[in-house]
Design a binder for this molecule. Structure first.
Ligand code: C5P
Length: 226
């Protein structure tokens, strides 16, 4: 097994209402992306990291850490991931750990668990959490309840997601990078007939999406995460 990490970081972060993409916002004087890369690189199994970035944003991050390379991002998250996977495959990596640039508070124990589970078999593994709130489906006006959705056996997918690279590239190509249902790597693998494993994640592993997430992330980054 030769494991690389692929980090999609080419999004615009339109929901953040900030001038720069969210992964470049600084917390404790470091861009969120730096914290994310440091979190991933705590796993000794990760030999190299391929970060998919928008070429116009590359200057926002002048100094890349050791063992980190950039590739050009794509139109969609899936396309950005695919670019990184192809470069990793070209360099002889057999497995990839895909992790969102916007999840800097990844606990070490979760990282190590998903690497172990994801490299066992071709089906791979993803970090996820059982849904904890009651779920409502809204009516077409989107402000009136239509029904309550049972949360039994429902999980929220997070990243990292770990797969063998060849079947993952084939699965993404089969589904198509522009497919609206391709929102994580597991959905492509499911589309191709695999049943990836669920690995228990952490509520600390939040994806910075809205401005109020920044405070929580800086709180968690201040603690010793693991
Ligand atoms: O927008 P969302 O929060 O789903 O983005 C998840 C991750 O995918 C982010 O790290 C973002 O930078 C990345 N992304 C990308 N290329 C795109 C769109 C999103 O790498 N075209």
């Amino acid at each position: 097994i030769k494991l690389a990490a692929v980090v999609p970081a080419a999004g615009t972060g339109s929901r953040m209402q900030s001038e720069q993409p969210k992964q470049f916002i600084e917390i404790q004087s470091q861009p969120i992306l730096s914290h994310t890369l440091a979190a991933i690189q705590r796993a000794p199994q990760v030999q190299r990291v391929f970060v998919a970035v928008n070429p116009t944003a590359i200057n926002l991050y002048p100094r890349w850490p050791e063992a980190v390379e950039t590739v050009s991002g794509g139109e969609s998250r899936a396309e950005s991931v695919l670019m990184g996977l192809k470069e990793a495959a070209r360099q002889g990596f057999s497995h990839a750990l895909v992790h969102d640039a916007a999840r800097p508070c990844l606990p070490l124990s979760v990282l190590l668990d998903v690497i172990e589970q994801g490299t066992l078999q071709d089906q791979g593994a993803i970090v996820a959490l059982p849904v904890r709130d009651t779920l409502k489906r809204a009516q077409a006006d989107s402000l009136t309840i239509s029904s309550t959705v049972s949360r039994e056996r429902l999980w929220q997918a997070q990243t990292p997601q770990v797969f063998a690279i060849k079947p993952l590239i084939a699965a993404i190509n089969k589904m198509g990078v522009a497919h609206p249902g391709l929102t994580d790597e597991a959905s492509a693998m499911e589309f191709a007939g695999y049943q990836p494993r669920l690995v228990m994640g952490s509520y600390k592993n939040i994806k910075v999406t809205f401005p109020e997430d920044i405070e929580l992330v800086s709180y968690y980054l201040n603690e010793e995460i693991n």
